[in-house]
Design a protein around this ligand. Sequence first.
Ligand code: GDP
Ligand code: CO
Length: 395
Amino acid sequence: MRIELPRYAERFGAVLFHDLQKVYELDGGMLVDEAFSNPFHVIQQIPLERLHEIEKDLVIVIPVRNERLRLLEGILSGIPHACLPLIISNSQTMPIDRFRMERQAVDTFCRYAKKNYVMAHQQSPELAGLFQSAGYHALLNEEGLIRNGKAEGMIAGLLLARLLGKKYIGFVDADNYFPGAVFEYVRIFTAGLSQSSSRYSMVRIQWHSKPKISGNGLFFAKWGRVSRITNSFLNRFISQYTGFETDVIKTGNAGEHALSMDLALQLEYSAGFSVETNHFVNMFEQYGGIHGNGAAVEAMQAGVNLYQIESRNPHLHDGKEDGHLEEMIESSLSVLYHTPLCPELLRHEILEELQRLNILKNGQEPALPHRYPALAGIDFDKVVKQFDLEKHSNF
Ligand code: GDP
Ligand code: CO
């Protein structure tokens, strides 16, 4: 792969927020061109072997809820062979057992392709049992099962990925129409992760565009309404601390992202549409160095790298979000509003924005989404003994 070097970065405590990088060639060729080692070159060539090395340690979590089977199969076909797909499905089992249909489709596909996979239902008592024995009760509902929601499915995927001993974890939605785009996302994940000299790193994808039907043609929109607002407020947060205006954050709502396991286990999570934005807020909290270093001493020393990379493929998914734009805006801004680090001025601006959009009335505050602690404290060796891999996979 040939991509731009991360040239400009905004430092916030121990975190380096790198500005957007562009992909030049999805396949950069077999031979490494020595010209790229010239320090004045702005492009880097990441050797295929290096990408493969990371792929072997990379789990791709695919959260699914009642998506078309055809789409799910397309996603699997786009994931490089060396990565392990981990499907966490919260699809209905009654009256029609969609989960069973998904399982059959995935199993058949992976048998033909000779592809390894792991698959579990979010409501399975066995999966909940892993969290129970981990002493991580926040994720469980009154019935002792894992709560509904994509964020909750992602956390379940994270625990399984850790139990499988993987070093990296990436997330790809199941409602993507283009397997080629999925393939590109995973390549971008590995290219991004390969750049970090620290064990704490994250890569987020900025979609090239999102095609929409408009009038009698296609319109390739660059910024959605929600991301425009989220990014602007995250940037204002940084600006108010540093005193310098910035637009470095461009992926405040990016669903497609990957992390090193060390970082993923240390972050705290938030439910609903705020899960992505909360990654940033929690990095400000844990690594910003504003309220002391807390528990994250090691990461503070090593530094945390956040990379944002622009995909070449347009993103076309089932446009379900149009119905809940307002909820997405409220949840995204809410995690920023409620962090103790949020400057009073910014809090005021968030309220003004939410009132202007008629999301909140005068005197109301954004609802605080459910929060989940970091998984880092779990005794994984104890939990792993209970995990029946055979039942969920086709290794
Ligand atoms: P949007 O892209 O933000 O509009 O959100 P989607 O509705 O497309 O959801 C993103 C992904 O999460 C899709 O692959 C969904 O199938 C999946 N998803 C949604 N809800 C749940 C859930 O409760 N559990 C799991 N495991 N996946 C979910
Ligand atoms: Co979607």
